[in-house]
Design a protein around this ligand. Sequence first.
Ligand code: PMP
Length: 397
Amino acid sequence: MTDGVRVPPPALAGRTAAAGSSVIREALALTARPEVISFAGGLPASELIDVTGIRAMYDQVLTDEPYRALQYSVTDGDPRLREAIAARLAGQGLAAHPDRLLITTGAQQALTLLTAVLLEPGDTVLVEQPTYLAALQCFGQAGARVVPVPTDGHGVDVAALAEAVERERPRLLYLVPTFQNPTGQTLPLERRRAVARLAAEHGFWIAEDDPYGELRFRGEHLPRIAALEEAADRTVLLGSLSKVLAPGLRLGWLHAPAAVRRACVLAKQALDLHSSTVDQAVAARYLAEHDLDARLVPARALYRERCAAMLGALEGVLPQGSTVSRPDGGMFVWVRLPEGRDATALLPEAVAHDVAYVPGEPFFAGAGDAATLRMSFAGHPPDVIEEGVRRLAKVLV
Ligand code: PMP
């Protein structure tokens, strides 16, 4: 120590600037009170998590192969898990190969890896407006330039996208084409084709983030963009076991062209060496021994019922001039209150009435639409949803 002089440490890196308004964080912190009916979180329904089945898989894995399961393992991920996921994707119409898959610590890490290997600071990413909040954080922290493209209730507006591509020369387009977070909306097939053609013509990457696609409760399955011939060589598909098995396992994946995958493997070595060996072994065994598709049938029915309960309850209480999305799957409903209403300002009042949602503003790149909010119907049975919406009604009058 030199004569008591203390030089402060350097400031944090500029890219760590906190995202999201503190009003929202403070209000949502209060939703932990048990009396609050929260529509805020993006949590799958707890009653759908197969605790008995998962516990049995841990037992088997730790009995049959304890040292393999509790050792370090390869960065690529458990080959049995990659095979099981490739087989599921193939069954859904994507020519997937285990060697093109990288197992990640949730799809969130896949997004981080992709950002690290595809984007230099200052590079342009196009996103749907609004889009997944944590993707905005990820791109922002990497110093990318995020440019929003308008959506219209059926996903991204293709004419606006074509203009943005000409104008901005993006390196990456990030999309959640199916049951989007936060809007619940789905990109129709024709638009998927148009997006794929644009990527082929202009030479940008597409990140197709699809954690909700298997939760369709109405309508026909649509091919993924990654499955369309035009863009198969430039689309990275991100997937997850969070919404179909259990989010606490923190298991996701990316399916990418060989060179991108190789770069992601190297980036992952620097992040966490590999995702949890034991959890991957459990998931691989679970997929081998259970019929996940059969388990998803009642899951979809449950979400269909909860979505209908929320839409039905909202119908009676939203002020005139409001709009609500009508998702065909997933977990979210997106509400736009009449012009001039402010969902962020209303949140503390809602929480005081023991109900919570997420204001829509942070899901926007740049200036947000203050009149919007996201509500998850996944976490509560219909009677609780109806009670929560009744409480919300008192705040909306
Ligand atoms: N992408 C989107 C669009 C999401 O909504 C989520 C989770 N809420 C993720 C990625 C991350 O999922 P996980 O890391 O749990 O796989």
